[in-house]
Structure formats: structure tokens, C-alpha cells
Design a protein around this ligand. Sequence first.
Ligand code: AMP
Length: 279
Amino acid sequence: MRIITRISEMHALADSIRNEGRTIGFVPTMGFLHEGHLSLMRQARQECEVAAVSIFVNPTQFGPAEDFDRYPHDEDGDRRKCESAGIDVLFIPKATEMYPSKPTVFVTVERISDILEGAIRPGHFRGVVTVVSKLFNIVKPHKAFLGQKDYQQCAVIKRMVTGLNMDVEVVVLPTVRERDGLAMSSRNSYLNPEERRAAAVIPRALSSAEQLVKAGVNEPEKVKNKVLAVLREERGIVIDYVELVDQESLEPLASMQENAVILVAVRFGQTRLIDNYVL
Ligand code: AMP
């Protein structure tokens, strides 16, 4: 596995791979890798001739009161995991390499960046979209592999790719879960044992919605209220939002329709967790 910290070196390698007619599959991450990341890496490995991963905790997507300074990291462990997943290239730049000076160039996707996660984390998606477009320009992938766990992020990045005519295919893969259904996340490491136990209410609430819909309930409000009721069974939970929205536009649904997704964001103590269920 080749480890690259410089943009110029990554550019040169990406060019030479492309000149040889080989395809590049890319998995952008913030590190502290888990099975969710590994499933994306294995798919990149399978679908493309060269599999590349980036690890970069991007300062511009964190708000001032968020967890940038304490975001978990394990560089040695991550390197071993990438190697054992058959990754060919690990791009792991320093913040000064990605942002040599205070950034003045940003990429924004309007509307769907401003609702849900974007409403609670102003500027978050501007940071995400900017860094992902930089990473796409640096790694020059043919395909990028993203996790459905971050549903809105996938929707925003797809809009960016379409809107800017980027020659990258976005592949979205299913959420990998713990045994009790909790979506894997680097941030799960923040949870204390009691919070970790309680967090299993999130997948329980989502599957209660699934059951309701399967039983024929088709008012979004009823489905949403059921999810809220199950979540509230755990004292100590703070619910940021539960919304039933259109899978593409992420606009609220007036009536139940086929292309619906439920998006959930909650907090346990200092830890914010998101999840979703595609109906
Ligand atoms: P992160 O390191 O949290 O920025 O995530 C990097 C990529 O891994 C993103 O595309 C995430 O959506 C994806 N990812 C994170 N958690 C999971 C999971 N539990 N299952 C599948 N993909 C995931």
C-alpha cells in the first residue's frame, strides 16, 4: 500500500494510473475506521483496479462548538485496516496541505444543504462539499463509494457531481450495523456504556416505522409520531429531528409515497447520532 501525504504526489500517481487505462475507486473518510468504512473499501477493491482511501478530518465541516478537536483517531490501526482490505493507495494529508491558508474558495449546494442536518449544523455541508470536490480533484477517481448511513450527505454529493458535471460515479452502499442494530460510526466511541445501551433505541424506532408502513399505515404524521414515541422511551435522549422526506429532494412528504426515507438525528449527552431508513 502506498501512503501519500502530498497533493502533488497524489496527482502524479492518479495521472499515471489513468494513463495506463486503469480505474480508480475512492473511499473518502475521516478515519477511526470500522466495518462500515471497510465495506466501502471492499466494494471499491472489487469494482475498480486501484482502490484509494483518504483519511482527513476536515476542519471546515465542523462548527465552532463541535467535536473537531476531540474527533477520535488511530492512524496505525487505520493503516493496518486499509492494508488488510487490499487498499492500494492511502492519501492522508495534513490540514496545512489541504488548506495552506485560510480558505476563500468554497463549493455550495443550495437548498438541500440548508435543511435537516444543514439547519442544525450551519456551514457543515459547505465544508463537506468543498473538501469532497478537492479530494475528487486530487485523487481523480472513476467511482466514489459512500455510505447510506449519511443519507443527506450522499444526496448533497450526488447533486454536486451532477451540478458541476464531474466525471465521477457515486456508489452508495448500505449502512453496516452493530449486533443490536446501531449504525456503526466513529462517534459511537464517545458513548458511555449506558448511552451505548440506550442508543439501540434508534434502530428499534426505525423498524417500528417499517412495521407500521408494512401494516398499511400511510399518513407520514402517524409514522413520524410512532418513531418519536419509541425514541422517547429512552430517558436521556434529545431528539434533534425525525422527518419523513422524499428520497431525492429531502422535502417533507404531504402523503406517504413510495420514495420515502425517514431521517433521524438524536443526542445522548454530548454525542450526536444520525440514522435513516429507506421505506
Ligand atoms: P466518515 O469517516 O464518518 O466521514 O465516513 C466515511 C464514509 O463512510 C462515508 O461515506 C460514510 O457514509 C461511510 N460510513 C460511515 N459509517 C458507515 C456505516 N455504518 N455503514 C456504511 N457506511 C458508513
